[in-house]
Design a protein around this ligand. Structure first.
Ligand SMILES: CC(C)(COP(=O)(O)OP(=O)(O)OC[C@H]1O[C@@H](n2cnc3c(N)ncnc32)[C@H](O)[C@@H]1OP(=O)(O)O)[C@@H](O)C(=O)NCCC(=O)NCCS
Length: 180
């Protein structure tokens, strides 16, 4: 478990699945995160969970408040151990958990873990051009805008740009020394 001041990031457990089933069927959340738009069945969620077990290229953490309220997930995807890079994904599915700085706090916790404990060198994220909350959350954790994939996403009748953000370990370390 990874602890931050207000949160615990736990490895995703089977008992977390029912909430994920509801979240994976929430239209607005699907749109923000760019998930596949098909509604998901409970069986599909079960298979998705089974498939996570023992994976070395992916790790999903349940974001829980210190009162054990489960509010969202944060994950490392496509972990490439040779290069030391991974994609970061996050969502706070419970609306009352958003806008309180918890996203930023969970991101900081995961970034510290990835650089310090996993010896990652580069973290990156893909964020829809329309998702300003996510852009700000990643920027406040020192991710830099690296590029724009033009019209790389389709939603609601039109194509949208996807922004590429990245953070290198040496840059994170410099910022960390400057603030500690
Ligand atoms: C993106 C997300 C993780 C950010 O977490 P959060 O806890 O809500 O964000 P924070 O409270 O840390 O705020 C981060 C910044 O976004 C701003 N922000 C928050 N909600 C916003 C909104 N709806 N629109 C614009 N800006 C917003 C905050 O003011 C803050 O800006 P600041 O750094 O200038 O103060 C969360 O909003 C979320 O889960 N959204 C839905 C799923 C999603 O979009 N996931 C990301 C996919 S790439």
């Amino acid at each position: 478990m990874i602890a931050t001041s207000r949160l615990h990031l736990w490895s995703l457990e089977r008992h977390d699945l029912m909430k994920n089933y509801h979240w994976a069927n929430q239209r607005q959340l699907i749109r923000w995160t760019g998930m596949h738009p098909f509604p998901k069945t409970a069986g599909e969620l079960e298979r998705w969970f089974e498939n996570l077990s023992g994976r070395q290229d992916m790790k999903i953490f349940a974001i829980k408040t210190k009162d054990s309220e489960y509010v969202g997930n944060i994950e490392l995807r496509d972990i490439d151990w040779l290069t030391g890079k991974a994609e970061v994904g996050i969502f706070l599915a419970e609306p009352e958990a958003r806008g309180l700085g918890l996203g930023r706090e969970a991101l900081r916790g995961l970034v510290d873990f990835a650089f310090l404990d996993l010896r990652m060198h580069r973290l990156y994220a893909k964020i829809l051009e329309t998702n300003s909350a996510a852009q700000k959350a990643f920027e406040s954790c020192d991710f830099e805008l690296e590029g724009r994939e033009r019209q790389a996403h389709y939603d609601q009748g039109r194509h949208w740009d996807v922004l590429a953000y990245g953070l290198l370990e040496p840059d994170w370390k410099k910022k960390r020394h400057a603030t500690h």
